[in-house]
Design a protein around this ligand. Sequence first.
Ligand SMILES: [Zn+2]
Length: 314
Amino acid sequence: MAGYRPPAMDFQIPFCGNPLDREGVRRRDRAWLDERLADPTSRFLPVWQTKPLLKKEPRALAWAKREFFEDIEVPEPVLLGSGDGVAHFAVDVSIAEKPETAFGIADVASFDDLRAAVALMPAADAAIAAQARALVDWHARHRHCAACGGHTRSVLGGANRVCFDCQAEHFPRTDPVAIAVVVRGDQCLLGRGPGWPAHMFSALAGFVEAGESLEDAVRREVLEESGVRVGRVTYLTSQPWPFPCSLMLGCVAQAESEAISIDRAEIEEARWFSREALRAALAGRKADLGAPPPFAIAHHLIRAWVESDAGAIE
Ligand SMILES: [Zn+2]
């Protein structure tokens, strides 16, 4: 459509911008990997039951030396990548009991839920933590082959796993999720799920299914959940979402109808909101409407639309 301009997405979205070099080539060299694992300058991020180890003050990743976990039986550390010439690994220490006490770190660091801590962490640390959480969790849940049930082993520094029995390769999952702000003139459609905090509304979202394009997934999800028909879908930006392994694909969708008919199995309520109402909600100035928190891509999709020129998106 002539004159159409999608909203600008020029702000930092949490979990994006991982600064590490993933070492796609050198990680194929087993000798190089072994040297990095033994190198006293290498850094290890302990992850306990999906929670990364974080310094208490200020909140930041707490990198450990290899000696930190040498007294317990852990899976082979996963190579996250290199930064400043130093190899960075994540290591699953879930086997430890009362880990802060066991490791003698209770005064200075703790294993914390990434969702709760992300707002307090440096952006680069949050992105590395997202990679570590997703990879360590995937390895823990894929010790057996989906093809034959045999045992699998980590290869390429944790980039994938191979079955001992049938040699099938298994790659870390990334599940695409379509998430969209649905707009029509000066109105934006948002929904709320069952059990959400009172008054909170967010962008409609759902997994992209087999044999479906991102645009088709947005149209299907919005129609299923709200009864609103969508025409043009424009991709804006994405966000890794390591809970456990999604990639959020943020879009703006142009509605072609307004009547709402919700699917109560998926959402509790859907409503059209004005720019002014959403601007106030994003600023925390609206008692009867809450916006998603800034660590969620939905917050940034809503903000991009609110701050775009009125009329830039029809
Ligand atoms: Zn197998």
